[in-house]
Design a protein around this ligand. Structure first.
Ligand SMILES: *[C@@H]1O[C@H](CO)[C@@H](O)[C@H](O)[C@H]1NC(C)=O
Ligand SMILES: *[C@@H]1O[C@H](CO)[C@@H](O)[C@H](O)[C@H]1NC(C)=O
Ligand SMILES: *[C@@H]1O[C@H](CO)[C@@H](O)[C@H](O)[C@H]1NC(C)=O
Ligand SMILES: *[C@@H]1O[C@H](CO)[C@@H](O)[C@H](O)[C@H]1NC(C)=O
Ligand SMILES: *[C@@H]1O[C@H](CO)[C@@H](O)[C@H](O)[C@H]1NC(C)=O
Ligand SMILES: *[C@@H]1O[C@H](CO)[C@@H](O)[C@H](O)[C@H]1NC(C)=O
Ligand SMILES: [Zn+2]
Length: 471
């Protein structure tokens, strides 16, 4: 596209919508809400057919069984690992075998970090070997480890107040769990804040809604100009115990050993497959989940189930012989856990077509019994989504909540494309998230099949409506 045409297409957005046929090719909305409502009501039989196939028909346990085969075969899929690349190749073949169109891989440069061996042993006031998991991108310790006294804090405020006590210590964060979004700040920037006040390492209470002595890993980021100190998560139980010890004035000493190491970037891929639109093939409804995971457990919940429920949505639609007017595009992201690396690149490479993206969807919050859809978009678009979700009355999953954002669709949402996330019981999700417990055993095929039904109905109907979702 020449810069001149580019400018012209850009200017179209500045014109009032629907001012005349000439500019109404792809972004205009000529129907009234009442007409759209009526149009959506016409999908009741299709929605019922999708639900029947997903929940009762021959598809039944399919997404669960497909996922079990992949994760039992490959195991966890850390970015930069051979496991992830093996999973990507298997998925490529799976999507080809499923008869989907335009199956291809889009290369992405991704970080490569490995944890190696790691341990944390309390030496004072008593010997206690602690369960830990180094945080993604953390540096390691010297081979002999770091042995230091502990400073326990319950917030960044407390750390700053007690900054003078932190020098040379291992900072232990015992922050309360106030939901993932808020508490995850301690995991993401705990090491940097501790290093700024002279700490030699930091240990962070796992960001988890429930614990049976399980450390929960995740990404953390260093900051330019701040010393890089080793950092790991510890269990809720150990964090709380050390807080009790400290409050009694007891001196705590820990020896931390970590072999964690960052390697040069490596190559990975976003995996793409489509059902090509019958009338507006250039227009897209994007359905997605991420294929990478942490290196513990099986990455079954996070995000194997989201990726496979997204694939299942296309499979169900195809099995019913349906072909929406717009293209349904499945993207299985790589390197989400490292900070949405695959999805950022995808956005940069495809945003030239942003005016033709109707809806971006991501399932990365679990696939237990769905409670509804989290949605971000204009009031007009929300009203349409509510009508679409009404089609799911047969499985009583009709609610539309706020905050449809997700790591892998945020770039599109911030640029104005409506976005949706599949919502379920987050307390249950964050009990297993990023831990050794993230296995098939935590999933339930009887619930995953509902997720697939919701995902397929929403993606199909939005992709098949006469008009794109309004922005
Ligand atoms: C679905 O999977 C569950 C768990 O593996 C199993 O108990 C059940 O029999 C399966 N149902 C069908 C219809 O295959
Ligand atoms: C604690 O462990 C250290 C090294 O692992 C050992 O030398 C020491 O004897 C132990 N102390 C007690 C009280 O068990
Ligand atoms: C943009 O969309 C057109 C079809 O409208 C397609 O041919 C082209 O490959 C797309 N470009 C990118 C970068 O996705
Ligand atoms: C969007 O799709 C329409 C047809 O549906 C096409 O005419 C237009 O060129 C596309 N725009 C871009 C930016 O690809
Ligand atoms: C349907 O879902 C709503 C909201 O989640 C719930 O309050 C209600 O009890 C459900 N009804 C049935 C029949 O399950
Ligand atoms: C799908 O889920 C529903 C609801 O949990 C359950 O009744 C049904 O048996 C499940 N289907 C299969 C094949 O497991
Ligand atoms: Zn995830």
């Amino acid at each position: 596209m020449t810069p001149l045409i580019f400018l012209f297409v850009g200017m179209l957005h500045l014109l009032p919508l629907c001012s005349g046929r000439a500019v109404c090719k792809d972004v205009c909305h000529l129907k009234t809400f009442e007409q759209i409502k009526e149009e959506i009501a016409g999908y009741q039989d299709v929605a019922k057919a999708i639900v029947d196939l997903a929940v009762c028909g021959k598809a039944q346990n399919r997404s669960y069984e497909r996922l079990a085969l992949l994760v039992d075969t490959v195991g966890p899929r850390l970015t930069g690992s051979p496991n992830l690349e093996k999973a990507i190749q298997i998925m490529y073949q799976n999507l080809m075998d499923d008869g989907l169109k335009n199956v291809h891989l889009e290369p992405v440069k991704v970080p490569h970090w490995e944890r190696g061996q790691e341990s944390a042993v309390m030496l004072e006031p008593r010997n206690h070997s602690m369960a830990i998991l180094g945080l993604g991108s953390s540096v390691g310790t010297p081979p002999e480890g770091i042995t230091a006294e502990v400073l326990v804090v319950s917030s960044f405020d407390e750390l700053h107040r007690r900054a003078s006590e932190a020098r040379g210590k291992i900072v232990v964060y015992n922050q309360p769990y106030k939901g993932y979004g808020e508490s995850v700040q301690y995991r993401v920037q705990g090491a940097v804040e501790a290093a700024k006040v002279g700490a030699v390492a930091s240990l962070i209470k796992s960001v988890a809604s429930f614990s049976i002595y399980s450390p929960h890993t995740g990404i953390q980021y260093y900051q330019d100009g701040v010393p890089q100190i080793p950092t790991a998560c510890i269990t809720v139980e150990d964090a709380e115990m050390m807080a009790r010890m400290a409050s009694r004035g007891t001196k705590i000493v820990i020896q931390l050993k970590m072999e964690a190491k960052n390697y040069p970037d490596t190559e990975s891929f976003n995996t793409v497959a489509e059902i090509t639109g019958s009338k507006y093939p250039e227009q897209v409804v994007l359905v997605s989940g991420h294929l990478d995971s942490w290196d513990v457990g099986q990455g079954a919940l996070d995000d194997g189930s989201g990726a496979f429920v997204s694939w299942e949505a296309l499979s169900l639609i195809k099995d019913l012989g349906l072909r929406p007017k717009r293209t349904l595009r499945l993207v299985l992201w790589t390197a989400e856990e490292q900070g949405g690396i695959g999805s950022l690149q995808y956005y940069q490479q495809h945003k030239v077509n942003i005016s033709n993206f109707s809806l971006v969807m991501e399932s990365d919050l679990g696939n237990f019994m769905p409670t509804g859809l989290a949605f971000t978009g204009s009031d007009k678009a929300r009203a349409i989504m509510k009508e679409v979700m009404n089609l799911l009355q047969p499985i009583n999953t009709t609610q539309v909540f706020g905050d449809g954002e997700g790591v892998d669709i945020n770039y599109w949402i911030q640029a104005g494309v409506p976005g949706a996330s599949l919502l379920d019981d987050l307390k249950r999700y964050f009990s297993f998230h990023h831990s050794q417990g993230d296995t098939m055993t935590a999933l339930d095929p009887m619930q995953m099949n509902y997720s697939a039904a919701v995902w397929a109905v929403v993606s199909y109907v939005i992709a098949d409506l006469d008009e794109m979702l309004p922005r």
